[in-house]
Design a protein around this ligand. Structure first.
Ligand SMILES: [Zn+2]
Length: 321
């Protein structure tokens, strides 16, 4: 069994979800600014635990969200941890701030505080997203990716990186910095080509896989090629669920051992205890894991054990539960 050496939880699969956007209002019942159902955050966390999720890295995407992520980590010690950083799609927020230099200083101070108190495990989410230039133009994205890498060099935390349709610029900015970023990090929600993946792996980065990384046959070939010791699992909840139209879904039909999950209903039909259609939750990490295990030709237990080890080694999670 995968967890034989792990006394407490024999015969159970254990997951670390490295990408959980648990500060998203959807987990409080709010969609597009309007409350559609009751706050079921505690149910979401409970379902994740029941499914074997033992650690979640809550994504910080700007200063305020990073603070909220840290607050969640303080409330759920040993279960929730936070990242601190400004997502490329939020970079205009810094640019338009009355005092961008102070914003970045506050971000650095926050990350340092979190590192010291043990709530912050990574710096990010930072990077580039050329698929969504309507949120922030490329030059502004690059400006704050570079400025945040300056901070990262001082913080000495692993990076939580976002890279979408920008591989050339992404590496051009990152590679000269690597001697000062020895902890490397993870490129999460990976959707790039095999060559891009191999290049990141050669540079020492790990690759985060979620439902968005498993949409097409081409995506599946990429994931198949990720070395096992570089794979991390995530959901990117409430985004990136596996849908029936995705290439990955055929692996779920062939394998129902992960699914004791409650039914998903439209948000208008929500009653406490149901899941919500279209709102991805950390408990569905078992689906991501079964697809990845099938692609890699390993047992679910072996995949979970390896992914667990990869995350603990990089981020230094306290393995205590
Ligand atoms: Zn991302």
């Amino acid at each position: 069994m995968a967890t034989e050496t792990n006394g407490v939880l024999q015969n159970m699969r254990q997951y670390i979800d490295i990408g959980a956007n648990l500060t998203d209002p959807m987990f409080r019942g709010f969609y597009h600014g309007k409350q559609s159902h009751a706050d079921d955050f505690d149910e979401v966390v409970k379902r994740a635990i029941q499914q074997g999720v033992r650690k979640m890295l809550v994504t910080g995407s700007n200063l305020t969200e990073s603070e909220s992520a840290m607050q969640l980590a303080r409330l759920h010690q040993k279960l929730l941890y936070a990242t601190v950083g400004v997502h490329p799609c939020h970079s205009l927020e810094v640019e338009n701030n009355l005092d961008p230099a102070k914003y970045l200083q506050d971000l650095e101070d926050l990350a340092l505080k979190g590192k010291r108190e043990g709530t912050v495990m990574a710096f990010g989410e930072i990077g580039l997203d050329y698929a969504r230039l309507h949120y922030a133009p490329a030059d502004i994205q690059r400006k704050y990716f570079i400025k945040q890498l300056d901070i990262a060099e001082r913080l000495d935390l692993p990076l939580f990186l976002h890279s979408r349709d920008c591989a050339v610029d992404f590496e051009a900015i990152l590679v000269p910095r690597l001697p000062k970023l020895p902890k490397r990090g993870v490129v999460h929600s990976f959707t790039g080509t095999i060559e891009e993946m191999q290049s990141l792996v050669a540079l020492g980065f790990s690759i985060g896989v979620n439902g968005c990384s498993l949409k097409t046959e081409e995506n599946l070939e990429v994931v198949k090629a990720i070395p096992l010791d570089k794979i991390m699992l995530e959901t990117d909840a409430p985004w990136c669920e596996i849908r029936p139209s995705h290439a990955s879904s055929k692996f779920l039909k062939a394998n129902n051992e992960h699914d004791e999950l409650p039914p998903s209903v439209k948000k208008e039909k929500f009653v406490m205890g149901t899941m919500v259609r279209g709102r991805c939750e950390p408990c569905t990490i078992s689906q991501v894991a079964s697809v990845v295990a099938a692609l890699k030709g390993v047992t679910l237990e072996d995949l979970c054990e390896t992914a667990w080890k990869n995350c603990v080694t990089m981020f230094g999670f306290d393995e205590e539960l």
